[in-house]
Design a protein around this ligand. Structure first.
Ligand code: ADP
Ligand code: MG
Length: 638
């Protein structure tokens, strides 16, 4: 017969602590939430050695008297719930009454508290199962909670603590989440005495986002809101062009709490569909308020997931508020490949994805159709064949807004982001192919010979081929060319690197800074020299010569985001490959970059020289072919 034991209190508390207290950041979450519940207007968080040594929270909230102080550290001791009904009308952050008991079970806990009306403060100390009596103490109104030597009596847990820098990364992220949800509260965070954040009370989330992540990001965000069917939404959505490589920049708050929620995530993904590549994650911050009766927050130990009474309302309200906002927004900086209009290869005529996703997408396709029609008009039988040098004028009839009137199509691109410089392709090693060469090899089933290549909408190249025409996505093709070039070079040694006269800094997240330890060498192979510069800042001392300076920070942010991703490739080789393809993407010409005739010719020449030029490194097609036979069928000539 097995014997049933009733577990001693300390063990019960330790087990409870296992649920809520995973690492220093979770202690901070619980304690700061307590300060918020106590009505604090100012909360100071001091951390030493990533929180393993010390966590101190000082608030100016309502405080506790001696009696409550003696009670607050007991399991299931809470001032926030009285009856079962209260459980379905929770407006406080806490309600289970287990945080302080849990912390006390696994650390040395000291609480000093004073109510404003009282002129004395009181103090209590707990360490494991040792609870000391409440004593008189000195202190300002409010509560100070000190947690020392976390997990001192739980060696298994202690072993799981990572480096101070990594733990601090989690702490910083935790404080940022709470600060985003409570913008009117002043927060200060220090690590080993150095200030990480000092966030003054902000009038709205945008200014808090600016304080946390910089005005550059905050200013481009599109504000959206909606208040319908019992759900109040206020949010800020990033431009499609600013989307990241991981979902980390997606913040969802419900009734003041950071949560993860698949309904909201799906709604956002759907709202951005067709506006960006499916592998990217838009930046967004959304705050939702519902009546506490409309949601069950008591389904997860740290309350980070909820159960909606009506998830359809949540999904549809988030989706429609974002969609409405996008309709009135200028999203032009975005590169919008959208669903493929034609199947890759020759002859494909059906759309792969039915209707265009958005009006903007439909408009874009319409413009492309028009310029193609123009192109054919000029190429109609009877008109003299044009040589590659004597290029036709721009095919569009309207003025080109990005170029002054009268400026020839052969002028240098104004965009400094263009790489490589004109002529950069025409190195002796890779002369542009003559038509004869291509004719010969084209027959052998590689790529068709091309003539009269022009650029349309600064995004596509259109070339005449022997039996029709080919349309090329300039970004996708250049990306593939660079990817091949980088991979080949890196097999021989690190990419060529260029020292910066003045080191630059890039802001990432604290846990990404920690990745420098593990992946520094990887970046070395790519031609970077990096060092940690602050809790969330990386200093850049050298960069790959082939990456334009203005794309460096974007690349690094994405690269670190990718490395921090939970599903980042595990082997060094795959990681390197992922980074190479990201770098090729960043270094390549973009949709919207005007190209000179030499650049067009050079890019087309490279096309024949690289393998797999029909697809970009992400697998999207770089070009599509239309045969004359298909065109004649479309125009009902046959
Ligand atoms: P819960 O927050 O779920 O009630 P806790 O264990 O976190 O449980 O806290 C227990 C009680 O201690 C709270 O209900 C509150 O009354 C009191 N308390 C905790 N922290 C503070 C604080 N910073 N200021 C005032 N009271 C506090
Ligand atoms: Mg609590």
């Amino acid at each position: 017969m097995p014997q049933i034991n009733v577990l001693p209190d300390l063990l019960v508390n330790k087990i409870a602590a296992g649920e809520v207290i995973e690492r220093p950041a979770s202690v901070i979450k619980e304690l700061v939430e307590n300060s918020l519940d106590a009505g604090a207007k100012r909360i100071e968080v001091a951390v030493e050695q990533g929180g393993a040594k010390l966590i101190r929270i000082v608030d100016d909230g309502e405080g506790m008297d001696a009696e409550d102080l003696a009670r607050c550290i007991l399991p299931h001791a809470t001032s926030k719930l009285r009856t079962e009904d209260d459980l379905f009308a929770i407006r406080t952050m806490g309600f289970r009454g287990e945080a302080l008991a849990s912390v006390g079970a696994v650390a040395q806990l000291r609480i000093v508290s004073r109510q404003a009306a009282s002129d004395a403060a009181h103090e209590i100390r707990v360490a494991g199962d040792r609870i000391e009596p409440v004593t008189l103490a000195a202190g300002p109104p409010g509560t100070t909670v000190e947690v020392r030597e976390l997990f001192f009596n739980v060696p298994a847990r202690q072993k799981f603590l990572r480096t101070a820098q990594t733990e601090m990364g989690h702490v910083t992220e935790q404080v940022a989440r709470i600060a985003l949800a409570h913008t009117a509260i002043e927060f200060r965070l220090t690590h080993n005495g150095r200030e990480v954040y000092h966030l003054r009370p902000a009038s709205d989330m945008r200014s808090r986002i600016a304080d946390l992540y910089g005005a550059d990001l905050a200013n481009t965000l599109l504000a959206f809101d909606r208040d319908e069917r019992g759900l109040k939404i206020t949010g800020y959505a990033g431009l499609p062009a600013d989307a990241r490589s991981s979902a980390k920049w997606q913040y969802i708050f419900l009734n003041g709490r950071y949560i993860r929620d698949r309904f909201v995530s799906h709604a956002v993904r759907e709202a951005y569909r067709g506006l960006m590549e499916p592998s990217r994650y838009p930046v967004f911050f959304v705050r939702m308020e519902v009546d506490p009766a409309g949601v069950d927050v008591n389904v997860h130990p740290t309350k980070s997931e909820v159960r909606w009474r009506d998830s359809n309302v949540v999904y549809s309200q988030v989706l429609s508020s974002l969609r409405d906002r996008f309709l009135s927004a200028d999203l032009t900086p975005a590169y919008r490949p959208g669903p493929a209009a034609f199947a890759s290869g020759s002859g494909g005529g059906g759309t792969t994805d039915g209707e265009p996703d958005t009006e903007a997408e439909a408009l874009r396709r319409q413009r492309i159709r028009e310029s193609m029609a123009d192109f054919f008009k000029r190429q109609s039988p009877g008109s003299p064949a044009t040589s590659p040098e004597a290029r036709p004028p721009w095919p569009t009839s309207g003025p080109r807004p990005d170029r002054p009137p009268g400026a020839g199509q052969f002028t240098m691109p104004a965009d400094p982001g263009l790489w490589p410089p004109p002529g950069g392709y025409t190195q002796p090693a890779s002369p542009p192919l003559s038509h004869e060469w291509a004719d010969v090899h084209g027959v052998e089933g590689t790529l068709p010979a091309y003539r009269n290549t022009i650029q349309v909408h600064d995004a596509f190249l259109v070339a005449e081929t022997d039996d029709g025409l080919t349309i090329i996505d300039q970004h996708a093709l250049h990306e593939r060319v660079l990817y091949e070039q980088f991979s080949r070079q890196i097999a021989r040694g690190p990419l060529e690197s260029q020292r910066l006269l003045l080191s630059e800094t890039v802001d990432v997240t604290p846990d990404e800074v920690a990745l420098l330890d593990t992946h520094g060498e990887l970046f070395g192979q790519l031609g970077f020299e990096l060092s940690a510069y602050g809790p969330s800042t990386i200093a850049v001392h050298a960069t790959p010569s082939l990456l334009k300076p203005d794309r460096v920070s974007e690349f690094l942010r994405d690269a670190f985001g990718r490395l921090a991703d939970r599903d980042a490739p595990a082997s060094a080789e795959l990681l390197l490959d992922a980074l190479i393809s990201m770098m090729a993407c960043k270094a390549a010409v973009k949709a919207g970059d005007p190209l000179s005739s030499q650049e067009i010719e050079a890019l087309m020449a490279k096309r024949d020289l690289v393998e797999r030029s029909s697809n970009c490194p992400h697998g999207r097609p770089t070009s599509l072919n239309l045969s004359l036979a298909d065109l004649e069928k479309q125009f009902k000539r046959t």
